[in-house]
Design a protein around this ligand. Structure first.
Ligand code: NAI
Length: 351
């Protein structure tokens, strides 16, 4: 039987705790993975997804929660890394009841894990959780900062692209820079708006043809087939759909010189980051670039949410991109590997 990494992913530090939560009355099956609380309580979103097997769900939870440790550390947040996945029940289900049961599971960890929205969950779900746990963020509150983190994630990706374009392409502005956007969802759409405003020329693809049509109309974007967007003749590629889009099949086809996007876990394997570098393509690690959302929900959670302050903190992603690229030059390594070492060195209590 293939060994399964119950106590951590191969070559990685073990998770501190993993809770398998079930509730027969609502059909809840959830995995709450606390990777590290070295910097503070583990903070990361809750995903509602259909998994083919329970092992797939566990693997996703372990991988994503570890990624949150690195993301939160690199963003200098006083939080550790965690993530929850809820296995989507088959057929119809009572969503509020399911989330109530999930909220009780979050509360049972007594603050070791703080949740927020992620793929498949919404601000409405987070609002519902409030009745069952204190440890939740990403909620629109009357007269206060909070809610959907996607626009802040998009802003972080935008400033990362700006910094990358300066450093890698040697261009001072995005005016006329060609950017391919894979995915025009919550983040991709906002990012398209920011890029368009800055004068970038967009090539876009989404499995939802309606979103593509709207981008053509609103942003003068050029549509591309879903199967061809990664190979578009552009300067920058921004993957904003699902993970693992950069893999051994797609790397040889990429024509952009800079890859920077919102999708989590863009590299199928670390070797794909090496392969990009060999092709002269600079890859800005996803968890550095897409930290705007967690910065937003973390500030909201701490009651420090104020639009201008949050935007200023998210904008600091650009400085980190510059610092990363300096470190890469000094280390003669790849951005993915340097970022990984940098983030791991920060998995300690902040001073
Ligand atoms: P979303 O679900 O709103 O958007 C994803 C979009 O990608 C959808 O429009 C979908 O139709 C499209 N899509 C799916 N498969 C595709 C394909 N093969 N080719 C082209 N388009 C495809 O998700 P959201 O919130 O915009 O997130 C995008 C990515 O960024 C996800 O990987 C997410 O984990 C990551 N992320 C999101 C954050 C946030 O604040 N929403 C924060 C950090 C990471």
């Amino acid at each position: 039987m293939t060994p399964f990494p119950l106590f951590g992913l191969p070559g990685q530090a073990a998770h501190e705790r993993v809770l398998l939560a079930t509730d027969p009355a609502t059909g809840l099956k959830a995995i709450l993975a606390v990777h590290s609380t070295a910097r503070g309580p583990a903070f990361g979103g809750c995903r509602l997804w259909h998994y083919d097997t329970e092992a797939d769900a566990l693997h996703d939870a372990l991988r994503l929660s570890q990624g949150m440790s690195l993301k939160n550390a690199l963003a200098d947040l006083p939080f550790g890394g965690g993530k929850a996945v809820i296995l989507k029940p088959a057929g119809d289900f009572d969503r509020p009841a399911l989330f109530a049961a999930f909220g009780r599971a979050v509360q049972s960890l007594q603050g070791a894990y703080i949740t927020a929205e992620d793929v498949g969950t919404s601000t409405a779900d987070m609002r519902g959780l409030q009745a069952h746990t204190r440890y939740v963020s990403g909620i629109p509150r009357d007269g206060a900062f909070g809610g959907d983190p996607s626009p802040k994630t998009a802003w972080g990706v935008f400033v990362a692209i700006q910094a990358g374009v300066r450093q890698v392409l040697g261009r001072a502005s995005l005016d006329g820079v060609r950017v391919a956007l894979q995915g025009l969802g919550a983040v991709g759409w906002h990012l398209a708006g920011f890029l368009h405003e800055a004068g970038a020329k967009l090539v876009v693809a989404d499995v939802d043809a309606g979103k593509v049509a709207r981008a053509v109309e609103q942003f003068g974007a050029t549509p591309a087939p879903v199967a061809e967007i990664l190979a578009a003749d552009v300067d920058v590629l921004a993957p904003c759909a699902l993970g693992a889009s950069i893999n051994e099949k797609t790397v040889p086809a990429i024509r952009a010189r800079l890859v920077a996007g919102a999708a989590n876990n863009q590299l199928a394997t670390p070797a794909d980051g090496d392969a990009l570098q060999r092709r002269g393509i600079c890859y800005l690690p996803d968890y550095l670039v897409n930290a705007g959302g967690i910065i937003s929900v973390a500030r909201e959670y701490r009651g420090e949410g104020e639009e201008a302050a949050v935007m200023a903190e998210v904008s600091r992603i650009a400085e980190r991109v510059e610092e990363l690229l300096q470190r890469v030059r000094a280390a003669d390594s790849t951005p993915a590997r340097v970022a990984d070492d940098w983030a791991r060195s920060k998995l300690v209590k902040p001073a």
